[in-house]
Design a protein around this ligand. Sequence first.
Ligand SMILES: C[S@@+](CC[C@H](N)C(=O)[O-])C[C@H]1O[C@@H](n2cnc3c(N)ncnc32)[C@H](O)[C@@H]1O
Length: 245
Amino acid sequence: MPDYFAYNENWSSIYEQFTSIHGRVAEADETAAFLERYCSGGSALELGIGDGRVAVPLSDRGVRVEGIDNSDNMLKLLEKRTDLIKTWNGDIANFRSDKRYNLIYCAYNTFTVLITREAQIGCLRSSAEALHDEGTLVLEIPVPDMVGFVSGQKTTTTFMDHENTFINADVHDPLNQNLVSTLLWFSGTSVRSLPYRSRYVYHQELDTMAECVGLKLAERWGDWARGAFNEESRRHISVYRRAGL
Ligand SMILES: C[S@@+](CC[C@H](N)C(=O)[O-])C[C@H]1O[C@@H](n2cnc3c(N)ncnc32)[C@H](O)[C@@H]1O
């Protein structure tokens, strides 16, 4: 059984290259522009801040950004880039902060790395408690892609060019809404194998979990450029505020 925490530490050595190849570094400015408008001149907290892919451009826009991550190696990557962003090692499934934030956000597929329903609700509850009364929670969540599983297994080529091929091998654990996955990265003569586990969540379940902790959906978009969320969408950007506002 792979150690899924070690996955985070293993990913840190390839994270910058991986996100760059997958267009996520190029997208980070657009993500920061989307997020900036919810900060109202105040502060933001990123859940699973990683190497600061989004936090650094958001900080460059003058927002006071802080972040939580449970990988020291990821936090070291961020420290090399800036000393303006305060971070701490912690678990986003259950965190407390004395401070209140205008914006709390969780980008990429980070929320689904919380592999139980309880951990996902715990993350939403901790976020609700750490928000200002009029604060905003923004989550980027992949739309579950359950097409193509045969006997509970699926392989998908997620990226290919003349130098790199990425293949994702997923095993479905339907009782837990989990995917037990291995990313295989072929480049030149090397193959790297990166295991990870995730809990997929549909947007309506997410809204129900948010309602359980006093948050209500305010907006939902299909991408960071505010494209529509529709049946073609591969992800959604969901914006929550306190119910009753
Ligand atoms: C997919 S990366 C995203 C990093 C960054 N937010 C971005 O958008 O590029 C997920 C990050 O979440 C961190 N992480 C995973 N599970 C966590 C947990 N339970 N608590 C805190 N951080 C966690 C990982 O170490 C990693 O840095």
